[in-house]
Design a protein around this ligand. Structure first.
Ligand code: UDP
Ligand code: LCN
Length: 810
């Protein structure tokens, strides 16, 4: 048998390359030495995947045989190499969230597997110059993991609810009678503000329930299907049934039949369907503490962007879905959705200083604002950046809880946290109230900034990542379920790390070391992608719906004289198609990168004009240091490359409907959209542009990698290789010039992709299913673990609180 065959067999059985690599290093000393020598000659303590890929490519040019070796494969798997004192430590990612750590000595060719903590200690030592603390606090959630509740296949990640339902339904009903009794108890707890629902006390046990169901079904079958519930109520009540079974005879019959089936032979599908029938969710609290949460004039302010758009659309969709369900269930209750945010007295012309604000497009949803207070009780007057708000959250959680309870007249049925701060408040509040907690990250900062964990101290004054990552770990582990927009957000791709995956192990020297922070195979993770508001972002081809009255303004925005402090550049050749981009002017959004690629590509400049809507043209208009740096850079690029005749930069914020019509006007001119971010967690602008029919080029890092199928419904671009991205765009427009069907094909495919995958209707249905299913299992099983909760409380009290308090002392 060949050695390669043996190696591969070993890999197949364990999945790990490590043993074969160690053997190879020991036996092929010359080849290995050459590779290690090359890596250490780079004289960098940390090499990332892309560095290793570049090194490997060069090495293979000199030694073609290397390509076939296990060493080459290991370097391809390696996410990070740490080099110091003649040692190389490799972190091999054999597949999603499955890691092996190996160390190799450059001189002696000694090679061994190492544990995750040994690996992290070596990183600490390398980063701090040998000042690692042997007694560093280690965070290890693995003793709390329960293997019977873990997914095994990486393809199942993000579909937790399906797995959980399957696993728990069989377990629940395995022990004869036990599951039935729990189900009965569950049905008996339903009430709404004192009104009993589903069952009353006259049904005392499972046999009684079966009996009552059979008795109710006999006359129900004789009733016309559309007999309203009110007519059935007296008869049903006498048998022990309260409202909630359905709005008419057909629906009540169906729900009761479903329950009888479950009592006979339960299946995960019938449980999910049955749970969809019973009234469980009447009110939802959505937490988004950090500021400027409002409906106008807030987008583009520091900290507010897609998260606000997402939540407002989410609220509308959830309210609609909740109401539809309650009507079907025959219950006359108005659902309530409340967004809880911070009240900012100095609100700079926004509504952020109003305690209550109704949400447009809903009947009853509202924004409830509660101020931040200092320890002495004084109300904080100004906006505070999301990176500095940690000391205020604990008090906010208590104050918000009091106001929320008063506003709703009781507890909400679900608490949804947003972003790191909202998720932490959701943890505190849902623990106190005993309500299910759902987390939505929007963007986990950890993967956005290189080495934000290892060199956390360097960024502490500016970003306070020590607080943020601690809050993230706590909230991820307390949440009953976590909703993500894409798969890659949880588990990455074959080559890149998932955002949640990056919390599995990491170290913050001098603070703590995480050896098992979160498990992405936990069934709490569910992918539920957002949509683009269909009222606003509809296809450019839907002529009757078009907002023609905005066209003159849009023409002005695109081609008019620049307005001082609002725009720069005036396009000379107005017949060229427009390449469009719109984003906050953060470094990570890389709008200046796009301008730079454009400036350096004569072919691109020849074919298209560039239109960007971002930030402010006047640096004095910005209160944010990162934005000011970007504004300066934009002006520098415009000046040094003479771009004013080809680039139009609008430093204004477009109101939603204007933005929607602008996307369409650019589509009318057969333009394209570019999202050039260095990293984008999801990217609402990508689905907005696509749903209006714009062919889209978007970053390959983050959500867009999954939204777009490369070469079919758009294109992925690598923001680190602007020249290639520019060449791709040039190629597209040159293909369009040859064949006008080319543009149409991509435009249609983009619209179809969004229609198929990204709609708020689907979002709301999924979200409500998750709320019901996780709520049910939380009630009837031991899913919740007191040990985990206690451990996290300790972490919160002993680490988070002093870190947060420290912010105020500076
Ligand atoms: N947006 C807008 N007007 C502007 C700039 C942005 O309406 O002038 C909206 C944009 O349409 C999108 C959101 O702001 O809905 C930005 O969300 P995205 O997910 O793209 O990025 P984020 O800002 O959340 O990082
Ligand atoms: C935050 C981001 O950075 C975006 O990528 C998302 O699209 C947005 O939130 C909504 O989730």
């Amino acid at each position: 048998m060949s050695e390669l065959f043996l190696e591969q067999r070993h890999e197949q059985s364990t999945g790990s390359l490590a043993p074969a690599l160690i053997e190879f290093v020991r036996e092929q000393r010359n080849q290995t030495h050459r590779v290690f020598h090359w890596l250490s000659s780079l004289q960098r303590p940390f090499l990332l995947r892309s560095d290793l890929a570049d090194a490997l490519e060069q090495l293979c040019q000199q030694d073609a045989e290397l390509q076939q070796t296990v060493l080459a494969r290991a370097l391809q798997q390696c996410q990070e190499a740490t080099l110091a004192q003649s040692w190389i430590y490799l972190a091999l990612r054999r597949r999603v969230a499955r890691w092996d750590f190996v160390r190799l000595h450059i001189e002696t060719m000694d090679a061994q597997p190492v544990s995750v903590d040994e690996y992290l200690v070596f990183k600490e030592r390398t980063a701090t110059g040998g000042h690692e603390d042997p007694w560093e606090l280690e965070i290890d959630m693995s003793p709390f993991y329960r293997d019977q509740y873990k997914l095994r296949e990486e393809g199942s990640i993000g579909h937790g609810v399906k797995f959980l339902n399957r696993r728990l339904s069989s377990r629940l009903f395995e022990e004869i009678g036990k599951g039935d009794r729990r189900l009965l108890n569950f049905l008996r707890v339903h009430s709404y503000r004192g009104q009993l629902l589903m069952l009353n006390e006259s049904i005392g046990d499972v046999a009684g329930l079966r009996n009552a169901l059979r008795q109710a079904l006999l006359p129900l079958r004789r009733r016309p299907a559309n007999t309203p519930y009110e007519e059935l109520a007296p008869e049903l009540r006498a048998l022990g049934f309260e409202p909630g079974w359905g709005c008419d005879a057909a629906r009540v019959r169906n729900t009761m039949g479903l329950l009888l089936d479950i009592l006979e032979a339960p299946s995960p599908q019938s449980i999910e369907e049955f749970l969809g029938r019973i009234p469980m969710i009447f009110s939802i609290a959505i937490l988004s503490p950090h500021g400027w949460f409002g409906q106008s004039n807030v987008l583009g302010r520091p900290d507010t962007g897609g998260q606000v758009v997402y939540i407002l659309d989410q609220v509308r969709a959830l309210e609609r879905e909740m109401r539809a369900r309650l009507v079907e269930q025959g219950i006359d209750i108005e659902p309530e959705v409340i967004v809880v945010t911070r009240l900012i007295p100095e609100s700079e012309g926004t509504t952020s200083d109003q305690r209550l604000e109704p949400i447009a497009g809903t009947r009853n949803a509202r924004i409830l604002r509660v101020p931040f207070r200092s320890d002495s009780g004084d109300v904080l007057q100004h906006w505070v950046s999301r990176f500095f708000i940690w000391p205020y959250l604990e008090r906010f959680a208590l104050d918000a809880e009091t106001e929320l309870l008063a506003e709703l007249g009781g507890r909400p049925d679900l608490i949804i946290g947003n972003y790191s701060d909202g998720n932490l408040v959701a943890s505190l509040m849902s623990r106190r109230l005993g309500v299910s907690q759902c987390n939505i990250a929007h963007a986990l900062e950890k993967t956005k900034y290189l080495f934000s964990d290892l060199y956390w101290r360097d960024n502490e004054d500016r970003y306070h990542f020590s607080c943020q990552f601690t809050a993230d770990l706590i909230a991820m582990n307390t949440a009953d379920f976590i909703v993500t927009s894409t798969y890659q957000e949880i588990a990455g791709t074959d080559n890149t790390l998932g955002q949640y995956e990056s919390y599995i192990n990491f170290t913050m020297p001098g603070l703590y070391r995480v050896v098992a922070g979160v498990d992405v195979y936990d069934p709490k993770f569910n992918i539920v992608s957002p949509g683009a508001d269909e009222e606003i972002y509809f296809p450019y081809t839907e002529t009757p719906r078009r907002l023609d009255h905005l066209h003159a303004d849009i023409e002005q925005l695109m081609f008019g004289e620049p307005v001082l402090g609002q725009s720069r550049g005036q396009l000379q050749d107005t017949d060229k198609p427009l390449l469009f981009s719109m984003a906050r002017l953060d470094r990570i959004k890389n709008i200046s990168g796009l301008v730079d690629w454009y400036a350096h590509s004569p072919e691109l400049r020849e074919r298209v004009n560039l239109l960007v809507v971002a930030g402010h043209v006047d640096g004095n208009g910005s209160g944010d240091h990162e934005e000011r740096e970007q504004i300066d850079l934009m002006h520098h690029l415009m000046n040094s490359h003479g771009l004013d005749g080809q680039v139009r930069w609008l430093g204004i914020h477009l109101e939603k409907s204007l933005a929607g019509e602008l996307y369409r006007c650019i589509a009318d001119r057969h333009g394209a959209f570019v999202q050039p971010a260095l990293f984008e967690a999801f990217g609402l602008t990508v689905i907005e542009a696509m749903s209006c029919g714009l062919p889209t080029f978007a970053t390959q890092y983050g959500g867009p990698a999954e939204i777009i199928e490369h070469g079919q419904s758009g294109f992925h671009i690598d923001p680190n290789h602007g020249d290639q991205a520019a060449a791709q765009i040039v190629q597209f427009f040159s293909d369009c010039a040859q064949d006008s069907a080319h543009w149409l094909n991509f435009s249609e495919a983009a619209m179809a992709r969004v229609q198929e995958r990204y709609t708020w209707r689907r979002y709301a249905e999924r979200m409500m299913t998750l709320a019901r299913v996780y709520g049910f299992w939380k009630y009837v099983t031991d899913l919740e673990s007191a040990e985990t909760a206690r451990y996290l409380e300790m972490f919160y009290a002993l680490k988070f609180r002093p870190l947060a308090a420290g912010i105020l002392q500076h």
